[in-house]
Each structure stands twice: as C-alpha cells, then as structure tokens.
Ligand binder design. Structure first.
Ligand code: C5P
Length: 236
C-alpha cells in the first residue's frame, strides 16, 4: 500500500494543460464535489508577473533574474475566500488583485517570469505547502511533472488552439469586452510555444497522466470523465 493510500500523505489530483483547455473549470468542480481546496498555481505566476511589472523590472533581461527571484521569495501573496460568494481571490500585500491578473497581458507577463528556472525553484515550496488533508486539487502546467510528481492522480487536459481561442472570445464577449479572435489565436499560440519549449518544466503530460482532449466535448463530459477516473484511482 502506498503512503497516500495508507493516509500518511494527503492525496493530490493534478490537473495540467494549456489555458483554455477547461482545466480551471474542471478543477473548480472537482474541488466542489470532493470538498477539497484548489491550488491555482497560474495565479501565483500571474501575481508575480504583476509585482515585477509594478517594480518596473524587465523580466526578459537576464541581468534582472536575481531581483525577480528576491521578489518571488518574499512575495506577500495570500489567497482569501470572498465572504459572500466563497470565491477564492489572490491578495497581494492587502490588495485583492483577482481581476487585475486575469487579463491576457497578465498572462503574458506570467509566462515571462515562469520561464526563468530560478523563479520556478523559488516558488516550489510555496506551492507544496498547499498539500493538506483531506486532499488538494492542483491546477497548472507542471503540477504532475514537478511540483507534485508523486500525486496519485494526474490529469492532462488539452484542446486545439482554435477551440481555446473561441472559448476565450466568448468569455470576453459575455463580459462585454471587445476582442479580436485572430489576435487571441495568435496570442494563445505564442504563449503555448513559450510554455512548451522552455527549458524548465515545459508543458507536457506527466508520465501516466489521464489525457482528455476537450475540443469536441462539453465541460460536463470532461468533468465526468475526470471525476470518474479520479474516484476509481483513489478507491472512492
Ligand atoms: O494557468 P494560467 O493561464 O493562469 O497561467 C499563466 C501562465 O503562468 C502560463 O502561461 C504559464 O506560463 C505559467 N504557469 C506555469 N506553471 C504553472 C502555472 C502557470 O509556468 N504551474
């Protein structure tokens, strides 16, 4: 019997994949169903990207790595539940930055700091500290490959770049935000390229991951496949 099965180590369900693959929604529903907390690791990189931007540091200049690592190590970031909705928001030094970090620009900044190896190392323990009983849903790019490489359940969600651009377009339209589908597709492809080809923690499925291509599936179908698989593996 593994340590996880015998109850010594809290179980983790890792959900990795590119943005727009539906992993955020699936992670949220899994967390609701199991009553486990979520680690939104992308939010950590997004908040760091924001802090770096506010400090006027250019993340693409290698001379600035030391300064960015220092910021990563001391980042005054907490996640707090909204009293009314229960929604968990990122709080940077007392300021709720949930909305600020959701823009596409914030995503680009996140991926620029995320490709720096020393930054990833600096953020490792902060992420691992989220692992507590009864269990954790970990949403990101390298949850199953690096951060929780020993997780008993690893999921990898994918979808074509076109599908993901369309989803993002619809999301923005619903919020009343004007966007160009063409520009969104280009930006998604560029970010994918950066995430997939970086030297550390590239976006790839973990060994043994349950891979679901959500291009032609509804979110309900994706969720039910992931949920059934996870219950089976965890013996629930
Ligand atoms: O998931 P989300 O779109 O919020 O992530 C923003 C960016 O943060 C990603 O494009 C990726 O570059 C980076 N990221 C990462 N590792 C994670 C989560 C996010 O490199 N575990």
């Amino acid at each position: 019997m593994s340590a996880t099965q015998s109850g010594q180590i809290p179980p983790v369900i890792t959900i990795d994949g590119p943005s727009g693959s539906g992993k955020g929604t699936v992670a949220f529903r899994m967390a609701q169903e199991l009553q486990w907390p979520i680690l939104d690791s992308g939010a950590i990189y997004r908040v760091l990207g924001l802090a770096v931007h506010r400090a006027n540091i250019d993340p693409t200049n290698p001379d600035n790595v030391g300064e960015i690592v220092q910021l990563a190590e001391s980042l005054p970031l907490t996640f707090e539940a909204e009293p009314e909705t229960g929604e968990v928001v990122a709080v940077l030094d007392g300021e709720a930055v949930g909305d600020l970090i959701r823009s596409d620009e914030a995503g680009v900044r996140a991926s620029e700091v995320a490709k720096i190896p020393e930054v990833r190392t600096a953020l490792l323990q902060r992420q691992r500290d989220f692992r507590k009983f009864p269990g954790l849903i970990a949403d990101g790019r390298d949850m199953g490959t690096i951060v929780f490489a020993d997780a008993p359940v690893k999921i990898f969600l994918t979808a074509s770049a076109e599908t993901r651009a369309n989803r993002r377009f619809e999301q923005l339209k619903q919020k009343g935000i004007d966007a160009s589908l063409c520009a969104l597709l280009e930006s998604i492809k560029a970010r994918d390229e950066r995430d997939r080809t970086r030297t550390v923690a590239p976006l790839v499925p973990a060994e043994g991951a349950f891979v679901v291509d959500s291009s032609n599936l509804s979110i309900d179908e994706v969720f039910s496949q992931v949920f059934e698989y996870s219950k089976k593996v965890l013996g629930m």
